[in-house]
Design a protein around this ligand. Structure first.
Ligand code: ADP
Ligand code: ZN
Length: 729
C-alpha cells in the first residue's frame, strides 16, 4: 500500500530535470499519495515530478517550498517505480532520465481538452439519402458509444458534410466531450481462427501461462509464416479475458497497420497505438487510458514499455532478435530484456516471437530459463523456400553490374509467370563511395569518419552517420578536376537502375527507409506490392521484416557476403538471421518459393549453415564459440564510448581509465582499449572505445559505476556506457 502524506509533510520528489538526487518539498494542501504526479517549483520554473517517498529533511524546513499542485492523473504505481529504478540500475541511467522515458506524453498536467462527438438525435427519419441513412445506422448500431466526426464519417463511408447536414436538421446531436476517452472494448471471443494442431498446442501452453498469473518468459520460435502471430494473439485473448492488459512490441512502425487490421479481425476493435507516428493528443490519451485501464491492448515501439499500465499481464516482443529493439541513443536499453524485467516485477508473461531468435534468447531457452515453443511448419499449403547459393566466381559480370546472368534468368521466369521477384541489397542510396578518377580522393563527411553515400533520388551525398547532406559536387573537392567523380559499388537505387535496364517491361518497386516521406506512404507502397502492383521488389533490410507478399516466389540476395565482413561479434548471427528472414519472404502463399544467395564464398561456414537450414546446429556452434571466448551470453560485456571535439583529450581519458581499473579487477573483469571506435569521428566528435569483459555472474554495473565515478568529465568530454552492447560502432 502506498503511503499518504498529509499537508506539510516532507516528501522526496523525482523530477525529470538532470539533477543527481531527489528534492524535498512539502506536501500540498489536501496531502498527496506516494507516486503522485506533481508540479513543483525549481528555481524560477515549474517542473513535472513524481512523489517518490518521504523527504530527507536535511534542509531547513522553513525554506522548503510546497508542491505547487497534484496533477489529475493516476499516481505512478509502485510496480512502475520499481521498474524504473531497476532498469536505471541495469543500464546505469540516472533515475531522472528514466522518468523522462515514462512521461513521454506532453501536457499531462493540463485539463483534458474537449472535442465534438455525435449521437443519434430524435427527428423523423423519412426521406433520407442513402448516405444519411448509413450514418444513422452506424450510430444506432453503436448504441451508447459516441464517435467523432472523422470516426463516424469513416465508419459510414460518407463525407463529413453529410454529418453536418444531419446535425443541422437535428437527426444527429453534436456534443462536447473530453478528448481522452477510453478505447473501444476488445472482445477476446470475437473472431479466433481455427488453429492447426501445433498452433493449438502452443496457444494452449501460452494461455495456461497467462492464466497462472505468475511471471514467465516463453520463446516462441517458428519459421516465417508458421502462424506465430495467430498463436500469440491467443495469449493476448487470455490476458484480456483475465481482465489484465497486454502489450505487443513491433520492431518497425511500417508493420503496425497490417497488425492492427489483424487485431481488429481477432478482437472486433483496434487497440491503442504508441510510436513516433502517433499525434501528441493521441499519445496523451493512450498514456492516460493505459493508466486508468481504458486501454486493454497497446501495440507499439519499444518506448511503450514505459507506459503506466494499470495491470500488465502480457508483453509480446515480436521479431525479438531485431536490432531496433536496442535503443542506441540516450538511454541505452534493450526493449527485449526490459520487457522481461518489467514482467518479472508485475507478475506478467513475456512471449518472445521470432523465426531466427537472438543467441541470447536461444541460450536462455537452452538453459531452461525460458520456456520454448516451436512451430515447425508453415501454416497451410505454403512450404519453406528452397535456398541455394549462386557462386559468383563462376558468373561473368561486366563491371558496375551486380545481377548475375543466372539470377537474371530466374527473375525473368518469374515475371513471365506473373509472379513477383525480390532483389535484396542491404545498402541504402545509390553508391556507397564516390571517388575522383583523377586523384583517387574519396568524398568523406566533413564531421565524421565516414564516406558520403550518393543518393541519386535526392541528388545529394548523404552521411549515414550524422545525416549531413551536400549537393553532389561537379568537381573533385580535392584536385578540382571536372567530370571525374565516379560512383563505386552498389546501393539499392543503383540496383534499381540496373534492374530497369535488365527488365525493361517489369514494374519496379523500391523499398528503402529513406525513400518515403511518411509511414503512410510506405504503408501504401507495401499494400500496392502485396496486391500485385509490382513485378520486382528491390529493397534493403526494410523488406526483411514481417511483410506478407503473397505473389512473391523468388528472393535474390545480391551480396550475401556483405554482413560477414568486419569484426563484429554478432556478424555471423546477424547474417544468418537476415538471410533466413529475407528468404522467408518467398513463397508465403500456395506457390513454393526459392531464395538465391549470390556469394563469392559458398564454402563459408555461415553461408553453408544458412543454406542447410540446420538452425540448431548453427546455434550450437555459435554458442560453443562464444562460450569458449567468454563472450555474451556466456560472459558479460560493456562498451564505453568517450567522445570530445578534442582528440587528445579523449585518448588521455581513455588511457587513464584503462590504468585505473581496480574496481573492475575486483570483480574479475578486464578492460580492452582505448582504441579509436570503428567510426572514429561522428558529428565532429572524436570517439574512443573501451570494452569491459566480465565473467557471467559478476556484479558488473556497480563495478562500472565505481570505475567511471573516478573520473570527472570536463568541458566537451562525454562518456556513454552501453551494457550488453549489440554492435560495436
Ligand atoms: P508468422 O507470424 O509466424 O510469420 P502469421 O501468423 O503471420 O505467421 O501467419 C502467416 C499467414 O498464415 C497469415 O496470413 C495468417 O493469417 C495465416 N494463418 C496462420 N494461422 C492460421 C490459421 N490457424 N487459420 C487461418 N490462417 C492462418
Ligand atoms: Zn557525418
Amino acid at each position: 500500500m502506498d503511503a499518504f502524506y498529509d499537508e506539510g509533510t516532507l516528501v522526496a520528489v523525482l523530477t525529470t530535470q538532470p539533477l543527481d538526487r531527489l528534492l524535498d518539498y512539502k506536501a500540498p494542501e489536501g496531502g498527496c499519495w506516494e507516486g503522485a504526479f506533481v508540479e513543483v517549483p525549481l528555481g524560477p520554473r515549474k517542473v513535472l515530478g513524481v512523489v517518490w517517498g518521504p523527504g530527507r529533511g536535511d534542509f531547513d524546513y522553513a525554506k522548503v517550498r510546497p508542491v505547487t499542485r497534484v496533477l489529475d492523473v493516476v499516481p505512478m504505481r509502485a510496480e512502475l517505480r520499481s521498474f524504473l529504478e531497476r532498469a536505471g540500475e541495469y543500464t546505469l541511467t540516472p533515475l531522472t532520465a528514466m522518468l523522462r522515458l515514462a512521461t513521454r506524453a506532453p501536457g499531462l498536467g493540463e485539463a483534458p481538452s474537449m472535442r465534438k462527438i455525435y449521437r443519434l438525435g430524435d427527428v423523423e427519419r423519412e426521406r433520407m439519402t442513402d448516405a444519411r441513412r448509413r450514418v444513422l445506422e452506424v450510430l444506432s448500431e453503436m448504441g451508447g458509444l459516441s464517435l467523432t466526426q472523422g470516426e463516424l464519417a469513416d465508419a459510414a463511408g460518407v463525407t463529413p458534410s453529410v454529418i453536418k447536414g444531419l446535425a443541422k436538421m437535428g437527426a444527429v446531436r453534436e456534443e462536447e466531450a473530453p478528448r481522452d476517452t477510453a478505447f473501444p472494448r476488445l472482445d477476446p471471443d470475437y473472431g479466433g481462427k481455427a488453429l492447426a494442431e501445433d498452433q493449438a498446442a502452443a496457444a494452449q501452453s501460452l494461455r495456461e501461462g497467462v492464466a497462472s498469473g505468475h511471471y514467465g518468459t516463453v520463446l516462441l520460435k517458428g519459421v516465417t509464416g508458421s502462424g506465430k502471430t495467430e498463436v500469440y494473439l491467443e495469449a493476448v485473448a487470455e490476458c484480456l479475458a483475465q481482465g489484465r492488459q497486454a502489450l505487443v512490441l513491433l520492431p518497425e512502425i511500417a508493420l503496425t497497420s497490417e497488425f492492427l487490421t489483424r487485431v481488429e479481425a481477432r478482437f472486433g476493435a483496434k487497440p491503442a497505438e504508441w510510436h513516433s507516428g502517433v499525434t501528441v493528443t493521441e499519445r496523451r490519451r493512450v498514456w492516460k487510458q493505459v493508466a486508468q485501464g481504458g486501454a486493454q491492448l497497446v501495440v507499439g515501439a519499444r518506448s511503450a514499455l514505459f507506459l503506466p499500465f494499470r495491470d500488465l499481464g502480457l508483453a509480446v516482443v515480436d521479431e525479438e532478435h531485431d536490432t531496433s529493439y536496442k535503443q542506441d541513443e540516450g538511454v541505452l536499453y534493450n526493449a527485449r530484456d526490459m520487457a522481461v524485467l518489467r514482467a518479472s516485477i508485475c507478475s506478467g508473461r513475456v512471449v518472445l516471437a521470432s523465426a531466427t531468435p537472438s543467441l541470447e534468447s536461444w541460450a536462455n531457452a537452452d538453459a531452461g530459463k525460458y520456456q520454448r515453443l516451436d512451430l515447425v511448419s508453415r501454416f497451410g499449403a505454403s512450404v519453406m523456400p528452397e535456398m541455394r547459393s549462386l557462386d559468383m566466381r563462376a558468373e561473368t559480370l561486366p563491371s558496375n553490374r551486380w545481377v548475375s546472368p543466372s539470377l537474371q534468368s530466374e527473375v525473368l521466369a518469374r515475371i513471365e509467370r506473373d509472379e513477383q521477384a525480390m532483389l535484396f541489397l542491404n545498402r541504402r542510396g545509390y553508391a556507397p563511395v564516390t571517388i575522383c578518377r583523377a586523384c583517387g580522393h574519396q568524398i568523406g563527411c566533413p564531421h565524421c569518419d565516414a564516406r558520403m553515400v550518393e543518393h541519386r533520388f535526392l541528388q545529394r551525398l548523404v552521411c549515414h552517420q550524422c545525416g549531413e547532406t551536400v549537393p553532389k559536387p561537379e568537381v573533385c573537392p580535392s584536385c578540382e578536376a571536372e567530370d571525374k567523380l565516379a560512383a563505386v559499388g552498389p546501393g539499392v537505387e543503383r540496383l534499381a537502375e540496373e534492374a530497369a535496364e535488365l527488365f525493361p517491361q517489369a514494374r519496379l518497386a523500391v523499398l528503402s527507409s529513406d525513400l518515403f516521406g511518411s509511414a503512410r506512404a510506405l504503408k501504401e507502397e507495401i499494400e500496392k506490392i502485396a496486391s500485385g502492383g509490382a513485378d520486382i521488389v528491390i529493397g534493403t533490410q526494410l523488406v526483411a521484416k514481417g511483410h506478407n507478399f503473397p505473389l512473391l516466389t523468388l528472393v535474390g540476395v545480391i551480396d550475401a557476403d556483405l554482413g560477414l565482413q568486419g569484426s563484429d561479434l554478432r556478424a555471423a548471427e546477424r547474417t544468418f538471421q537476415l538471410m533466413r528472414q529475407v528468404a522467408g519472404r518467398a513463397g508465403r502463399a500456395e506457390k513454393p518459393g526459392v531464395a538465391l544467395l549470390q556469394t563469392y564464398q559458398p564454402e563459408h561456414p555461415v553461408i553453408r549453415a544458412i543454406l542447410s537450414g540446420d538452425e540448431e546446429g548453427f546455434w550450437q556452434a555459435e554458442a560453443e564459440e562464444r562460450r569458449a571466448a567468454g563472450m555474451p551470453p556466456y560472459g558479460r560485456l560493456a562498451g564505453v564510448i568517450l567522445s570530445s571535439t578534442e582528440a587528445q583529450e579523449v585518448f588521455d581519458l581513455g588511457n587513464a581509465m584503462a590504468r585505473q581499473d581496480a574496481p573492475l579487477r575486483r570483480i574479475g573483469a578486464q578492460v580492452y582499449g582505448p582504441a579509436p571506435a570503428p567510426i572514429a569521428k561522428v558529428r565532429g566528435r572524436h570517439r574512443v572505445r573501451l570494452l569491459v569483459k566480465a565473467p557471467k555472474g559478476a556484479a558488473l554495473q556497480p563495478a562500472l559505476a565505481d570505475w567511471a565515478g573516478q573520473f570527472r568529465l570536463r568541458g566537451e568530454l562525454r562518456m556513454a556506457i552501453d551494457i550488453d552492447p549489440q554492435s560495436f560502432f
